[in-house]
Ligand binder design. Structure first.
Ligand code: NAP
Length: 280
């Protein structure tokens, strides 16, 4: 009889990860005899852990900070998204036991946007992305793949935005952080990919009122769920999409790889994770 499949999330630290709540919910919902664990792996142990996942009895893993780049390099091959983003968040062993890598953050972001604002493509000639960290890389990849022709990228540290613009090429133009408000009237989509607005961080200071009335605003911060940016967008009558759906949807491809069922992101799953976030 084959063993029940086990997967995990690897990080350092890893205690904060919400992934066990999501995968644990699906394992119960689909009645799968499997497990999903948290693995706090020390930096000096990472290479050995990743090169020998089966010895730890795992069929695959999610990877969180600070190991997403290292996970990409540890895998024998990676999909186009992981290569373009330069980081992996999902690993699995293929039929030959060879480690494969993917990055599902762009998929999660785009699926959440499509779900929360199904008509965003109709009004999005120009998008503005705030931030140039790991999440912004995934979002740029997703928006470029979706065919957004012009993306204004702005970040407190301009050099990081310039690096991303060089990597991602033509659709991405860098705007100085201090003058971002001046371009908002041309933007059909505004994405916050900074940590501003998160509990314990300052709010994002931006003139939501300058956006066109058909604009869509999405914030990938999900603690709190309703960030000051989203509240301001809703008060203005704009379509606002919160960041929790990105977290939920990015988990789907990994679960399917490890446990053989493509899971659904349902309102009940969302309520389950919201309750956990509320209790945190
Ligand atoms: P990261 O790599 O650390 O990047 C943080 C970004 O926030 C950088 O662009 C940074 O600018 C900017 N920032 C931080 N403090 C700032 C301040 N006081 N003023 C202006 N900009 C500031 O983090 P990340 O992984 O990209 O994540 C960014 C946020 O997205 C986090 O809140 C994270 O929880 C959230 N997130 C959500 C999801 C989801 O599934 N919904 C997924 C990934 C991340 P500098 O470059 O100038 O430092």
């Amino acid at each position: 009889m084959s063993k029940a499949p086990r997967a995990c999330v690897i990080g350092w630290p890893v205690e904060h990860s919400r992934s066990p709540a999501i995968h644990g919910y699906w394992l119960r919902q689909y009645g799968i005899d499997g497990a999903y664990e948290k693995e706090a792996v020390r930096p000096e142990d990472l290479a050995a852990f990743l090169s020998d996942l089966p010895a730890y009895d795992y069929v695959g893993a999610n990877v969180t900070l600070p190991y997403k780049e290292a996970a990409l390099h540890a895998a024998r091959s990676a999909d186009a998204a992981a290569k373009a983003i330069g980081a992996a968040n999902t690993l699995w062993l293929d039929a030959n036991g060879v480690l494969q890598a993917s990055n599902t953050d762009a998929y999660g972001f785009m699926t959440n946007l499509d779900e929360g604002a199904p008509k965003w493509r109709e009004t999005c000639g120009v998008a503005m992305v705030l931030g140039a960290g790991g999440a912004a890389r995934a979002i740029l990849h997703g928006l470029i793949e979706a065919g957004v022709p012009r993306i204004l990228l702005t970040n407190r540290t301009v050099a990081k935005a310039e690096t991303l613009a060089r990597e991602f090429g033509a659709p991405v133009e860098v705007m100085p952080w201090e003058t971002k408000d001046s371009a908002l009237s041309a933007c059909g989509l505004l994405v916050n990919a900074t940590s501003l607005g998160m509990t314990g961080q300052p709010p994002l200071d931006i003139m939501v009122g300058a956006l066109p009335s058909a604009a869509v605003v999405t914030d990938i911060v999900y603690v709190p769920l309703e960030t000051p940016l989203l509240a301001a967008a809703r008060a203005r009558g704009l379509t606002a999409v919160d960041g929790l759906g990105m977290l939920l949807h990015q988990a789907v491809p990994g679960f399917e790889r490890w446990f053989g069922v493509r899971p659904e992101v349902t309102p009940a799953l969302r309520d389950h994770v919201v309750a956990i976030l509320g209790a945190a």
